[in-house]
Design a protein. Structure first.
Length: 564
């Protein structure tokens, strides 16, 4: 069996899933084989929560020399689209995950699944029910009250076969009839109270067209598809734990290959919703610009925002695999992104809120090239040249007319260091007579301090960044914050918790001239500001748009270091 490779190898570790696999290998169950599957429904884009399931399934298969199947559980044509199929594959490849020839669809097995349905009917273990969806729900009972058997539960095998075949032929309207398993209406597990296996949907399927008008439910298609493919370990999130008895019952009654379902705690993240239904509502309702809006938790959005697959791998490895549900602070994810970008992002200077700075004693028309370090964490990235001239742009917040005691940047009479440039001293400023806003700062420079170093050793506490006004590149910069203003937006109406400051768009930002060559997906650190990347969809020649990936501030990392 061929081992699948990933761009980022998972780190072997001790966890309860691997312990179960080890015991199976020792006992000989599955003959030492490990076959897992990642089974997304193509009804939306993958989000950060899916990365945990993907990394577990692909990673564990790789660790044991097995394979992980990619299978689309495409059993509901009402919500599924080819766009989602393509996007899911693109996202998985971006993560570095490959499935080789092991790409499957539940729709590949529609004929076999139908035959399984007939097999259950013939064994007296399934029946056609005429109750409405609402009535089935009412008959189901509660955790403290047993269910009520359907009045159609005792139909003969012959009648059930006839009705099921007529359902397939499309003789009945949607919702008129369903196929249900005949298990136990008094079971303490509600999933065993005669669950629905097939329902009618007169809708064309993205792959099978109008070939079917009955479709299996997820509970029916899931385990049987695992079995058909020879999956050994069906790894899924904890909400399927109560479904495992049904998974086992169906496979045992059909007498087919029996994979082992194992559940793990899903990923929950603060300031985030993970429900695809709710994510779809955000898209359809126009609360975001699409599935790849950089505020969304989808992988396409994170890629557009500048997140890296390596950071997501690190994040999931640090989370580990657990049984008990918990909610992870989104700051931990941002810390992993920041940690990765710190090593690989090229440093540049960009001014988001430009304030003109004029160096009065610097020769007019003179331009010098200053040497700047591309990344102090990686000497191999080398240096670059940035132009320096008489008129610069600095950040507006780096000047204060009347600064507080611990403000060490520009102020009247204050000397600061221009990074890679010179030491300058503020000698004046001008203000708009109507608004009172400072419009220009005037300074003098010390020509003996080229590179920002004082030969006499005098102490200068403030260092600020800048760009040359005559060489600056204009750009739009988008500053993103959490989409939701509260840690747990799903408590109550999640739309009420949308953060009005989740996107702040800045026009007229000034960047180094070399940024005209910036490419989408390449990470940059705007010194003293944060990590950014070019927005691929909205940037075009003459219009540069940058998305902030994460800010420089790392409160989560500092908290963690403080606990040591």
């Amino acid at each position: 069996m061929t081992t699948q490779k990933t761009k980022v190898e998972s780190a072997p570790s001790t966890d309860f899933i691997r312990a179960i696999i080890e015991s199976h290998n020792e006992s000989g169950r599955f003959e030492g084989r490990v076959v897992t599957r990642f089974p997304p429904e193509p009804n939306g884009y993958l989000h950060i929560g899916h990365t945990k399931a993907a990394f577990i399934n692909f990673g564990i298969a790789g660790d044991y020399g097995g394979v992980c199947h990619l299978r689309f559980d495409d059993t509901n044509p009402a919500k599924e689209e080819e766009e989602f199929v393509r996007a899911i594959q693109e996202d998985l490849r971006w993560l570095g995950l490959e499935w080789g020839d092991h790409l499957y669809y539940a729709s590949d097995y529609f004929e076999q699944l139908y035959e399984f349905g007939e097999r259950l009917i013939k064994a007296g273990l399934a029946y056609v029910c005429d109750l409405s969806q609402e009535a089935i729900r009412e008959h189901r009972g509660t955790f403290t009250k047993p269910g009520i058997p359907s009045p159609y539960r005792d139909r003969s095998v012959e009648e059930n076969l006839d009705l099921f075949r007529r359902m397939r032929a499309g003789e009945f309207e949607d919702g008129a009839r369903v196929l249900r398993a005949k298990i136990d209406m008094a079971s303490g597990n509600l999933n065993l109270r005669d669950p629905v296996l097939y329902r009618m949907l007169h809708l064309d399927h993205q792959r099978t067209g109008d070939g079917w008008c009955i479709y299996p439910t997820y509970d029916f298609a899931h385990g049987q598809s695992d079995s058909i493919e020879g999956v050994t370990h069906s790894l899924c999130s904890l909400e399927f734990e109560d479904h495992r008895p049904l998974y086992d019952w169906l496979i045992e009654k059909l007498g087919i290959h029996h994979p082992q379902q194992i559940e793990f705690a899903r990923l929950n993240l603060t300031h985030t919703v993970m429900s695809k239904r709710k994510l779809r509502e955000l898209v359809v309702g126009g609360y975001v610009t699409g599935w790849d809006d950089p505020r969304m938790p989808t992988l396409s959005a994170m890629r557009r925002r500048g997140y890296t697959p390596e950071a997501l791998w690190t994040f999931n490895e640090r989370l580990g695999i657990a049984k008990r549900p918990n909610t992870v602070e989104i700051q931990m994810l941002e810390h992993c992104v920041r940690e990765d970008l710190n090593r690989k992002a090229r440093r540049v200077m960009g001014v988001l809120h430009p304030l003109k700075l004029v160096i009065e004693n610097y020769p007019e028309g003179q331009v010098e090239e200053m040497t700047a370090i591309n990344n102090p964490e990686d000497d191999s990235m080398g240096t670059r040249k940035v132009p320096f001239s008489r008129v610069l742009y600095v950040e507006r917040e780096d000047f204060m007319e009347a600064p507080p005691r611990k403000f060490f940047r520009l102020a009247p009479g204050r000397e600061v260091r221009l990074r890679y440039g010179y030491l300058v001293t503020c000698v004046g400023f001008t203000k708009d007579p109507e608004s009172g806003e400072v419009t220009e700062v005037r300074c003098t420079f010390d020509p003996e301090t080229r590179g920002g170093n004082a030969p006499d050793g005098r102490r200068v506490r403030g260092t600020i960044h800048w760009v040359s006004a005559g060489h600056a590149v204009d750009a739009q910069v988008r500053l993103y914050d959490h989409l939701f203003s509260v840690p747990k937006p799903e408590e109550g109406d999640f739309l009420e918790h949308l953060n009005p400051q989740s996107l702040v768009s800045l026009e007229g930002c000034k960047l180094e001239p070399g940024m005209t060559e910036a490419e989408a997906g390449t990470p940059y650190q705007f010194e003293r500001i944060g990590y950014f990347c070019v927005d691929g969809p909205d940037s075009r020649p003459g219009t540069l748009v940058f998305n902030r990936t994460v800010a420089l501030r790392d409160s989560w990392g500092r908290r963690r270091r403080g606990r040591k």
